[in-house]
Design a protein around this ligand. Sequence first.
Ligand code: FE
Length: 135
Amino acid sequence: MSAKPPSRIEKSDAEWQTELSPMQYRVLREKATERPFSGEYDHSFEPGTYVCAGCGQPLFTSDAKFDSGCGWPAFSAPAAPDSVEEERDVSHGMVRTEVLCSRCSGHLGHVFDDGPGPTHLRYCINSAALKHQPK
Ligand code: FE
């Protein structure tokens, strides 16, 4: 039996604005990107789980985190296949794949296919979209 799909969370912009910090709101709800090398978790490799800063859903684990040098936290895979959703993003004159939390639809970052093996994926995620829970 597969696990029950996570229940969706939907809130108004006003509700999100009350709950989130200005930076979390800009990233998660307005799809902003934090400045490279500025985020809390860019160079943190403490063991644990990274949950969504919006809804608390586990998104990535420290086991999949690697130092990509790109200035944002990078992961080779999500915590579970259904933790995140992906969407085609053609903004800013680029074709990219956007990564969103599957529970609250919060914007997390983008996924690229230039990561290390075995997945060769690089989930490039804003620190502001994450909260680290130590193991
Ligand atoms: Fe979420």
